[in-house]
Design a protein around this ligand. Structure first.
Ligand code: NDP
Ligand code: GDR
Length: 347
């Protein structure tokens, strides 16, 4: 009999990649999905198994990180060997609009899962992975590693900081195998449409097919360490299979600006971007025709910004044998090509 894993946030980008990885490894995978008035399981459609199927290895359960009773019941029913806590209100900008909800789902939601483990007496049998984030570092000096002091700069980061520490506390206090993966930005063709990378690649595809005029963005100077989600879910699994519970940074060790991402993405459809103007008046023009393709809209600026994230994942490399395999150029290319296909097929 394979192991049993429970993934919260299974309908998200990472949840979908992780579910696929664990199924390939022979796991019996359970995922928590939220009730929604519209379809929210598109990312796991390809691995969906009908409830009537015998020997089902993938099952979804309705649940929510703000409902402790339901989390306890799902864990009791599924008795997971491993819990991957990926569910979160994960959008940094939106967390300024919904700070209390973000704290409830991201911070207290993590506590609810850990308490469920205790209430059910699973401290010695269930391992716990927490989706911690490079946003914890905020303004901290780059490159950032496990020893870098945290300086959170958003309600999202502050909520994730609580989650990070409560995981460490439950590990020390109750002996739970509970680990934090401090993951730097990771993207893919199924990245949420409002994160900057996917927003750019979708716009590039829509502009190519004449369905969109231009792209409005916020801070073009922000730098991120962008990797591919496929690599990072493999890292999550390795973290839970390390000899002891511990905390690990996963990153590529290379940072690029939003501006560079834009330039590279447009280059795939043969537009060479030329930047003119400064600050809120900056524009990206097609150098051949002078057509304006990118404009800055201050609405996308954050009340407090994180300017520069660059990870040092030496520990993961040495202890887990993990490193990112997809380079920045290939990531941008894969995302643009996928969005071109989507726009072209009219999906
Ligand atoms: P997504 O936003 O794509 O997915 C988030 C998932 O959480 C979705 O399945 C969403 O459901 C679910 N969710 C949100 N709120 C609740 C709730 N109250 N109860 C139950 N489920 C909920 O995020 P990613 O896949 O990109 O990220 C996974 C995790 O890793 C998140 O915790 C994120 O904060 C963290 N992280 C992500 C990084 C990245 O670069 N991608 C980097 C570092 C950390 P629905 O589909 O219904 O919205
Ligand atoms: P981030 O990702 O905040 O790093 O959080 P996002 O893609 O939203 O922003 C990256 C940078 O791009 C700048 N930016 C814009 N961002 C968005 N969303 N929309 C814009 O129009 C825009 N213009 C410029 C932002 O200001 C920022 O500097 C992601 C999430 O997945 C988190 O859950 C995760 O924890 C971190 O990555 C690591």
């Amino acid at each position: 009999m394979g192991k049993t894993a429970l993934i919260t946030g299974v309908t998200g980008q990472d949840g979908a990649y992780l579910a696929e990885l664990l199924l390939d490894k022979g796991y019996n995978v359970h995922g928590i999905r939220r009730r929604s008035s519209s379809f929210n399981t598109g990312r796991v459609e390809h691995i969906y198994q009908d409830l009537h199927e015998e020997n089902r290895t993938f099952t979804m359960h309705y649940g929510d990180m703000v409902d402790a009773t339901n989390l306890i019941r799902i864990i009791k029913d599924t008795q997971p060997d491993e819990i991957y806590n990926l569910a979160a209100q994960s959008h940094v900008h939106v967390s300024f609009e919904t700070p209390e909800y973000t704290a409830n789902a991201d911070a207290l939601g993590t506590l609810r899962l850990l308490e469920a483990i205790r209430i059910l007496g699973l401290e010695k049998t269930t391992k716990f992975y927490q989706a911690s984030t490079s946003e914890l570092y905020g303004d901290a000096q780059a490159p950032q590693s496990e020893g870098t002091p945290f300086q959170p700069r958003s309600p999202y980061a502050a909520a994730k900081l609580y989650a990070y520490w409560i995981v460490r506390n439950y590990r020390e206090a109750y002996g739970i195998f509970a680990s934090n993966g401090i993951l730097f930005n990771h993207e893919s063709p199924i990245r949420g449409e409002t994160f900057v990378t996917r927003k750019i690649t979708r716009a590039v595809a829509a502009i190519k097919f004449g369905k969109q005029d231009k792209l409005y963005l916020g801070n073009l100077d922000a730098k991120r360490d962008w990797g591919h989600a496929r690599d990072y879910v493999e890292g999550m699994w390795r973290i839970l299979h390390y000899k002891k519970p511990d905390d690990f940074v996963l990153a590529t060790g290379e940072a690029h600006s939003v501006r560079e991402f834009v330039e590279l993405a447009f280059r795939h459809i043969n537009f060479e971007i030329e930047w003119v103007g400064k600050g809120v008046d900056e524009k990206g023009l097609d150098s051949a025709s002078g057509r304006c393709l990118v404009e800055v809209d201050p609405r996308y600026f954050r009340p407090t910004e994180v300017d520069f994230l660059l990870g040092d994942c030496s520990k993961a490399k040495a202890e887990l044998g993990w490193s990112a395999t997809t380079c920045f150029e290939d990531l941008v290319k894969e995302m643009v090509e996928s969005d071109l296909k989507i726009v072209c097929s009219g999906e």
